[in-house]
Design a protein around this ligand. Structure first.
Ligand SMILES: Cc1cc2nc3c(=O)[nH]c(=O)nc-3n(C[C@H](O)[C@H](O)[C@H](O)COP(=O)(O)O)c2cc1C
Length: 198
């Protein structure tokens, strides 16, 4: 299935090839690939090199742990994420180590780390699908996440399967064209909303 970005301007292949599938195949994840995903996240930039990302993982190869994390997800995500080979919860550390003050770039930096992970997944022939739909309370309770850390986003990872693995609307969405705003809608020059000159 071709879900490659229909880019208007030349971009790196890897960026074009990353997407968020819901139909995952039952092919196992190689352990060394899993480590590469987090190695990629590790090398993301961050304000003051604080590295405010923490990851909790659950692999299909440990069904009890996988079930434990799956149960923290919204039902609407569980229906398809159950097929992933790995689930991840990205947890953000909200305060700077060196002075204990709020780190207002922490979420931003977690986003950078997650995109590194997602691009590495695509480079390894995998895909990851981020999810806001999960219970932060359930994650806190299940994994003992401390007060000054916040569960931010869940991710399902695996090899892409056939859309036929999904039913109804989910299958339709899997086949939908990927859409984005045009550059004019979000790149400005001179003043707010004035599109960049091309
Ligand atoms: C922070 C975040 C939260 C998301 N939450 C969900 C979610 O709960 N369920 C879901 O099916 N997709 C979720 N998505 C996936 C987006 O819908 C998807 O990235 C977007 O439609 C663009 O599609 P693409 O990733 O294939 O380019 C989320 C993505 C991000 C970055």
């Amino acid at each position: 299935m071709d879900k490659k970005a229909a880019a208007d301007h030349k971009i790196t292949e890897l960026i074009a090839e990353r997407w968020s599938p819901r139909a995952f195949s039952d092919k196992n994840l190689e352990p060394e690939k899993i480590l590469s995903l987090f190695e990629a996240a590790r090398w993301a930039p961050s304000a003051f090199n604080e590295q405010p990302w923490r990851f909790i993982t659950a692999s299909k190869s440990d069904p009890q742990e996988f079930e434990k994390m799956l149960s923290c997800l919204a039902k609407s995500n569980q229906v398809w994420a159950k097929r992933a080979q790995m689930l991840i919860i990205l947890v953000v550390k909200n305060k700077f180590d060196y002075n204990g003050k709020p780190n207002r770039w922490a979420m931003h930096d977690c986003g950078l780390a997650l995109e590194n992970l997602l691009l590495e997944a695509a480079a390894q022939g995998l895909q990851g699908h981020p999810m806001a739909g999960f219970s932060t309370d359930a994650v806190r309770e299940t994994y003992g996440v401390p007060e000054d850390y916040e569960p931010l986003v869940a991710v399902a990872v695996g090899y892409v399967g056939e859309p036929e693995l999904l039913e109804g609307e989910l299958r339709d969405r899997e086949l939908d064209k990927r859409e984005r705003l045009p550059l004019d809608g979000f790149v400005f020059e001179g003043k707010w909303r004035q599109p960049i000159k091309k």
